[in-house]
Design a protein. Sequence first.
Length: 357
Amino acid sequence: MHHRRRRRRFSGLAATAAVLFTCLALVTGVVLARMQSGPASAHRTVAADPSATPRTTATATPLSSSSPNTSPSRSASPHATPRTSPSATASRTAKQPTTAAQTPGKRTITLINRLNQTIWPAIAADPKHPVEATGWVLRPGASLSFAIPDHWDVRLWARTGCSFDAEVKNDDRRPPPTETFNGRRKEMDIDGVRFVLDYTGDWHQAGNLFIHLPELKLMGAMDSFTPKSAPFFRLYFSAHVPAYFDAMDQLLEYDYETIVTGHMALPGTPEDVATNGEYIRDLRAAASEALRTVDMREASAAAKVPADNKQAEIKVWMDAVTARAAELMPSWEKRLGGTDIFLADNLNATAWSLFID
C-alpha cells in the first residue's frame, strides 16, 4: 500500500511539474517575441496595415456626399517624384503598392493619391529621426513608399498647386526666374528692350505683376481679363476682389496699344480693358443694391431654414442676393461673350466681397 501511495504522489508531482514547465515556456516565448518585434509607437496618426510586415498606408481621397470611400475611375499613367531623394519608390498603379524591403528599426509608410489632381505630399521632419526626403510629387493614381524610423513623430500632409525646382527646370515652357525684386517697381533691359515690372497689389494671386514695354506700346497682365468675354469664374478666382477692381482702373493709366492677358490667346486693347471695367462696375452696382434690399429673415423663412442654423441662413440669403442682382444687371450679351455662363459666379464673388471687405 505504501509503495502505491508513493507512486501516486510521484506521478502527481511529475504532472504538476510538467504543467509548470509548459507555462514557463509559453511566457518566455511571448516575452522573446515582443522583444524581437520592438516596441510599438504610442502616437500614430495614420492607420496601420494588419499584415505581419510593419507598414502604414495613408491615402488622399476625394470627398463625396454619395460615396465618400469611392476613388475616381479616371485612368492615367501616374508617377511620383521625390523632391530631394530618389529613394522613395513610386508604383504605376493606385492599387496595393509593392512592399518595400524592411530594415531593422524601420517601418514603411505608403502614400496613395486617389484624387484626380496632382498633390505634393510633404513632411515636417523630426530632427531626432531624419528621413531621406521631405517632399514628393504624386500624380493622380500614383503611390510611393518610403522607410521611416521607429518612434517617428512628425506631421505629414498633402499640398496642391506646388512646383519643385527640378520640375520647372525640366519644363522649357516654364523657365524659372533668374532675377527677383522687392518693392513696387523694377526696370530691366532684355536684349535692348526696356521692361517695366509693377506690383500694384494681389489682384489675382500673390506677386502678380503688370509688365509694360513702353517703347513697343505693349502691356502684359496675366490672368487679368479675357478680351471680348466676361470674367472667368469668380472674377478669375481673385485673391482680393477690391484689388481686382482697382487693377482695371490702373491698367488704363499706362501707354500701350496692345495688352496680353494670357487667356484664349487673344490680344486686347485699352478699349477692351475699359469695357471689362465697365462690366464689373455693373456687377458691383447690382450686387450692392441686392445686398441693400434683400432681407435675410425673409429669405430664410421662404427657404424654411431653422432659426438656429445661422450658417444656412447666410448661405440662403446670399443665394437670394445673387439671384436678385442677376435681375438688376443690364444686358451684356451683345457686348461680351459668356455673360450668361459666368454671371452668377461673378455676382456671388462681388456680393461676398462687398459684404465682407
